[in-house]
Design a binder for this molecule. Structure first.
Ligand code: AMP
Ligand code: MG
Length: 484
């Protein structure tokens, strides 16, 4: 385990030069203090979790101090926002501090979110509020614990620096970790500005730094794109299986690594609603829960367009066609496991779709349904769950087919197998909201505790029953604004 001054940097992205990013120093926030840290994320940097308690820790991740090897830079990118092309975005309030290499030889980007104004801040103040950094912290670590690929969050540092949104709030910084911060929008920027040499440099960087196996293929760029298609499909399959709504699937928020990226007004479904829109600025419902699948495909098409100078169009089309079959196979595999089914059958898709139709408009909690289904033998579990459904006859008919489908198995094994994929604890918006309100009063215990519970979502934890409850009436479908 390292201490803070032993981090080793190798800043590959910075070495690409000023065409790709602009040097900017972090602008410190006043009276920095640790709100919460993730020992598991710090371990990726070989950092001892005890380091988070050091005064130096809060100083480093609030912009007051910097390693001499760090090279803070704001990256340039563009992207499609709600379907319309925005030619110039970029890191408006976050800086890539550098890339840390751990003992396993992995590179981890240190990205400080809320680090002040940059050339890409446009009308913004370069800040992030405590509320939004806590939301990103909790979600990053909770999704990771659920097995959903995501950027990680090492810590949140709070401050006394005032920030003005709909009300007066305080600034905070989040240390985000990811193997890369390259987004679909990076490629779009160099494509639409017709800097095709730089587009190629970017593709080479991504290929060699993050997709070395693709570099060995006969058509390396095509292999890279195909891999992005597959990873994105696998990611969206996980979001859909676990009821995660991202909320702002603009192409500048899509990671080239196929990981969940840039958390805004996200939400997990409480009750199932295919049309659920978690972002209250999304009037048209472009990023509704069920639209996440076609939108991911649309975003990949935007990336494909940006790659046309490097890859043959027919090859790109053929790779795009892999998205849906790959998504469906991944999604069905996950849903089968969530239902405790081991064998594969042709009518599995119909079984899942029928269940979702019955859930739509019913009172059943989406994620707890699967947990409770695994808690008892199938017939007993179904009996206990049926009262939450509106269409009782429909549910009974589904239950009969499900029972027939359950291959006779050893019940304790079924329970353990199902519980290993069906979380008991979910990051519900109202839980995040309660923890945030306490943190805004200066009490960080709730945030820290919620983070700990969500780090082991599949394990029943004594004394934590309140986190396993469906939301109270006031906590359902809270709308979250984008002004973070
Ligand atoms: P987001 O909605 O967080 O994905 O941000 C979209 C774009 O707006 C990105 O280029 C951000 O860097 C920029 N941005 C968001 N909030 C701010 C802010 N407070 N100050 C400066 N830029 C911001
Ligand atoms: Mg963004």
């Amino acid at each position: 385990m390292n201490s803070l001054d032993e981090l080793r940097f190798d800043n590959r992205f910075a070495r690409l030069g000023d065409v790709f990013s602009t040097p900017v120093l972090p602008d410190p926030i006043a009276a920095p203090r640790l709100v919460v840290a993730s020992p598991e994320a710090l371990a990726l940097l070989d950092l001892d979790p005890a380091q988070a308690g050091q005064p130096l820790f809060a100083e480093l991740f609030s912009g007051h101090k910097l390693w001499s090897e760090a090279e803070p830079r704001a990256m340039v990118y563009s992207g499609h926002q709600f379907g319309a092309y925005n030619p110039r975005l970029g890191d408006g309030r976050g800086l890539l501090l550098g890339e840390v290499v751990n003992a396993r030889g992995e590179h981890w980007d240190l990205h400080l979110k809320g680090a002040g104004e940059t050339p890409y801040s446009r009308m913004g103040d370069g800040r992030a509020v405590l509320r939004s950094t806590i939301r990103e912290f909790l979600a990053s670590e909770a999704l990771h614990a659920l097995g959903i690929p995501t950027s990680r969050a090492a810590c949140v540092i709070g401050s006394d620096t005032p920030v003005y949104r709909e009300r007066k709030e305080t600034a905070a910084m989040l240390l985000r970790l990811a193997p890369s911060h390259v987004r679909f929008g990076h490629f779009e920027y160099f494509y639409y500005t017709q800097q095709h040499d730089h587009l190629k440099t970017l593709a080479e960087h991504v290929l060699h730094s993050h997709f070395p196996a693709c570099a060995e293929q006969p058509k390396p760029y095509l292999a890279l794109f195909r891999e992005v298609v597959e990873r994105t499909a696998a990611l969206i399959a996980r979001w859909q299986a676990y009821g995660f709504c991202h909320g702002v699937m603009n192409t500048d928020n899509m990671s080239i690594l196929g990981i969940t990226f840039d958390y805004g007004p996200y939400a997990f479904l409480d009750t199932f609603d295919a049309q659920y829109v978690c972002n209250h600025s999304d009037d048209g419902g472009r990023y509704s829960f069920s639209n996440q699948v076609p939108i991911a495909h649309w975003n990949l098409a935007a990336l494909a367009q940006a790659l046309t100078p490097l890859i043959d169009v027919d090859d790109l089309r053929a790779a795009m066609d892999l998205f849906l079959p790959f998504y469906q196979a991944e999604y069905l595999d996950l849903m089968r496991r969530r239902l405790g089914l081991t064998a594969l059958r042709e009518d599995d898709e119909a079984l899942v779709q029928r269940l979702l139709r019955l859930m739509q408009g019913s009172a059943v909690d989406y994620n707890l349904f699967f947990r409770r289904l695994g808690e008892q033998a199938p017939a007993d579990a179904l009996q206990g769950l049926r009262d939450d459904f509106v269409d009782l006859a429909g549910f009974d008919a589904w239950g009969a087919d499900y029972l027939e489908r359950c291959v006779p198995e050893d019940p304790p094994q079924r329970r353990a197998r199902m519980h290993a994929v069906n979380p008991l604890y979910l990051l519900r918006n109202y839980l995040a909201q309660q923890a945030i309100e306490a943190a805004e009063r200066g009490d960080y215990q709730d945030v820290r505790h919620l983070h700990q519970v969500l780090a082991r979502p599949f394990d029943e934890q004594p004394g934590e029953a309140r986190y396993a409850e469906p939301p109270p009436d006031w906590g359902r479908h809270l709308e979250i604004s984008c002004s973070s």
